[in-house]
Design a protein around this ligand. Sequence first.
Ligand SMILES: [Zn+2]
Length: 370
Amino acid sequence: MDLGRTYKNGENLKLRFEIDGPILDDESEGEFNYWRLQPGTHWLPEPETAGQGYTVDATIAVEKPYVAIASARTVSRTETPTHNVVKVTMDKPITWFAVAAGKYKSLDLVRNNRTVRAWCYGGVPSTAEQLLKTAHGILDFYDALLGGVPFDEINLVEVPYLGFGQAPAGMIWLTREAFNPTADLEARYVAGYGAVGGWANRMIAHELAHQYWGNRVKIYGNGDNWLSEAFAEYSSSLAIKAMKKKGPGVYDNIVADWGVRAAKVASKGTIPTTQYMQPRFSDKGGDPESAGYRQTILYTKGAYLLACLHRELGDDAFFRFLRLYQKRFAWYPPSISQDVPDMLKAITGRDFGPWMADNFWGTGMPALPK
Ligand SMILES: [Zn+2]
């Protein structure tokens, strides 16, 4: 596109983009009537992560009987003879705006001026209320640990499969075991046994933590993704520790499990470069285990390093570190990995540069401090 002249840094420019065509068709999923417009898939103009930070006003119409769901606060829901229409607004600068649509029914729970809404595929199961209570409990915990919850409306949207979650701004996609952990044998198994401390709670706590890490504190680029993934994963273990029926024993088991799994792959790559590692599958051999390296190094070793720092600093200094981070990098500018030793120095007066060099930039695997 030719803008006719060079624009000054900081100068505002209003651009209007239009796309049409069956964009949702590409996202339709097998037998299910649901669709997702996901961040990073170029359905809206998106610059590199470092340059993003936008507010949104959107009007979304979908054919009846389907409904649309979006990142952001709901302004209104109306209908025409043929379409259901939702208007939303997002007044915080975000990077990951997302839209979902499909055969959904919803249930709300409002607490502390915050709405959490469950969008259940095909109908609302009786277990949805428990999900909303759990989500509010976790958000109350993060509110105390990390500062005010970044969004006052959070939509939890069911994806009718098993075993994953994803967290755009103010919206979280969760698979069906989170909505109904007792729906059937498969859901029961995944919800209960997929991870130490219970997969469903771990996943919900991890995805809710992304509202802080990844959405409010933004990452500069792919090499800084641990600021989103490892910090969310570690925060989730603290949320599990605070749960009534879980507690410190489960937290210790989670940290020990991270340590064992991270030690197995730590020599295979470093946290900032693992984001660029591609699984090397081929019929001529290759290393099938490499598919898991990215996940284990980025999430698991990353969270384990934070557990080591926590042990080293103690509750008081470590929690101040997390809170200062959230305050210093709230919404903009994005954070880079070098900010971590800077924040640690501000809190402790100590130089964590060499520790980062060994364990973050390098392949080091420290022992958990006593
Ligand atoms: Zn994540």
